[in-house]
Design a protein around this ligand. Structure first.
Ligand SMILES: Cc1cc2nc3c(=O)[nH]c(=O)nc-3n(C[C@H](O)[C@H](O)[C@H](O)COP(=O)(O)OP(=O)(O)OC[C@H]3O[C@@H](n4cnc5c(N)ncnc54)[C@H](O)[C@@H]3O)c2cc1C
Length: 492
């Protein structure tokens, strides 16, 4: 047996004993409390942060927001810097372990990965706690440089104190910046700015070979474009410089209701084409049995003084059944999902299984898909959640691995289900797969978030289409041992 002496800086902490290394024979951690274990021990690396094998910590990283999978890591890294992640990746490669960053974001003390189907999971590997990288380094009039574990809420509040805002925000702000730019990050301004990944100007990234690199549109260009919306396949983003723009003070929120799908889609397309609103989303309201769905556009105009813009010109040419108008501050609008999340938590739905489905539908097939899909959905399927549906220009998405339908306009179809906590999620997962298959037949693509079971290598190749080569080439270059982010299940 080869037993190393414990380095003072090898900060591996377990529940009862200190971990001294990984036993590559038994594939378990060797601890000071277990001196009799036979086998070859790979000494724990020296770190500035900590690596823990405490069962409670590992259990906390075994689940994600979706509550549909369990993937328990062997250890959790709390990195103090990018070099810690590089060190652990090198160690993991040597010992045939996997590594994945875990967003660990949320409101208040409730931190978790907001993935839905184990995308940040790393069964028997090392989970990296993004929350340990949590500093806003700089804010300038045009951008901010932040650690990957900073949430959009933290950045928004810091930017607002200087009259600035990220141009593209997710509906729920308590998500890690590194996590959303790794999957894309879609929000109500996608029609203007693209995804959050499209607002990134530079990243610091640790590749799957353990190199710490800076990537920008002109430096390590290929790495830049495949890390953003790249599902964590080529590296772990540790820092990002993201665009900021002047923040408006107030928001006039116009809610337009429709009883007819064709009119709804026509008005969505009209608004998209003329771009009259800085913020434009939509929702489908599934009704009880026998009643057709209703449709909703939420369009937001900004203003800075006390007088909101008149509503009538904003609605010119649109034909909703009814309209509601409310005025609020810009900050309150950006934080609008907090009250929703609080309600869901109070009702006990947050910690239950949530089989979400996120698709990008080609605009020419959206009516067909919705006509087929909506009758399959009941109010119980949606539960306390919602079904978002709104269009964007696919040309606004600039990174090759942010895959969209091959049409100028696509619709987000985002089934954010919060079913009753007692509901067995199995039928909903089957439904998701069924809807996905039908959508793909119509030329749709999935968004990387959500729960679609049984994704095969062929499904992924179909998904990426001509960009499959881009992904595999860069993966093999920057992560040749396929150490990173197995939970996306793209490279099983
Ligand atoms: C209530 C709620 C609201 C949401 N609203 C929106 C929305 O409006 N728009 C939208 O686009 N999405 C939305 N999402 C989905 C969200 O984008 C995903 O959950 C996404 O995964 C980000 O979550 P996270 O920060 O917890 O990262 P995780 O889910 O933990 O990570 C996502 C994936 O990226 C990898 N990863 C994480 N960080 C890094 C990094 N720094 N470098 C490389 N890889 C990394 C992980 O290993 C994993 O594979 C919402 C989710 C919830 C629960």
């Amino acid at each position: 047996m080869n037993r190393p002496s414990l380095s003072r800086r090898a900060l591996l902490t377990g529940a009862a004993a200190t971990v001294i290394g990984f036993n590559t024979t038994t594939r378990t951690w060797a601890t000071t409390g277990d001196p009799t274990t036979a086998g070859r021990i790979s000494p724990a690396p020296a770190l500035q942060g900590t690596l823990t094998t405490a069962p409670a910590t590992r259990a906390a990283f075994a689940q994600d927001f979706g509550r549909l999978t369990t993937t328990t890591p062997y250890a959790v890294l709390n990195p103090a810097c990018a070099q810690d992640i590089a060190t652990v990746i090198t160690y993991a490669r040597r010992n045939n372990l996997k590594v994945a960053m875990n967003g660990q974001s949320g409101n208040g003390g409730e931190l978790e990965s907001h993935s839905n189907y184990g995308q940040a999971g790393v069964q028997g590997g090392i989970a990296v706690n993004a929350r340990s990288l949590n500093r806003i380094h700089a804010i300038t009039p045009t951008n901010a440089t932040v650690d990957a574990g900073v949430t959009w809420a933290q950045l928004t509040d810091a930017a607002l104190t200087q009259g600035l805002t990220p141009p593209c925000l997710t509906d729920y702000l308590h998500l890690s910046i590194g996590g959303t730019i790794s999957v894309g990050g879609i929000g109500s301004t996608v029609h203007k700015y693209g995804l959050q990944a499209d607002t990134v100007e530079a990243i610091e990234i640790v590749t799957g070979t353990g190199r710490v690199l800076t990537a920008t549109p002109t430096r390590n260009t290929e790495l830049f474009h495949t890390a953003l919306a790249g599902a964590g396949q080529v590296g772990i983003i540790t820092r990002a410089t993201v665009k900021l723009v002047p923040a408006p003070h107030n928001a006039r929120v116009l809610t337009l209701y429709y009883d007819d799908l064709t009119t709804y889609l026509t008005d969505q397309q009209t608004l998209l084409n003329d771009g009259r609103f800085p913020s434009q989303v939509g929702e489908i309201l599934i009704q009880p049995a026998g009643r057709p769905p209703r449709y909703k556009i939420e369009a937001v105009a900004h203003y800075n003084d006390t007088t909101p813009p008149p509503t009538a010109p904003l609605l010119a040419g649109l034909t909703p059944t009814t309209t509601e108008t409310t005025d609020t501050t810009y900050r309150d609008y950006t934080y609008r999902a907090d009250a929703f999340a609080d309600t869901i938590k109070n009702l006990g739905y947050w910690n239950a299984p949530k089989p979400w489905l996120s698709l990008f539908l080609p605009a020419t097939q959206t009516h067909t898909f919705l006509t087929e899909a909506l009758p399959q959905l009941t109010p119980d399927d949606i539960g306390q959640g919602l079904l978002l549906c709104y269009p964007f220009h696919t040309s606004k998405l600039t990174h090759p691995l942010a895959i969209t339908p091959d049409e100028p306009t696509a619709y987000l179809f985002d089934l954010l289900a919060f079913p009753h906590p007692d509901t067995d999620p199995t039928p909903a997962l089957t439904r998701n797969r069924h809807l996905y298959d039908r959508a793909v037949q119509l030329g749709a693509k999935r968004y990387l978030v959500g729960a679609i079971p049984h994704m095969t290598p062929t499904d992924w190749q179909t998904h990426y289409g001509p960009h499959w080569t881009t992904l595999t080439t860069t993966k093999n270059h920057h992560d040749p041992t396929h150490t990173l982010t197995p939970g996306q299940n793209i490279f099983p």
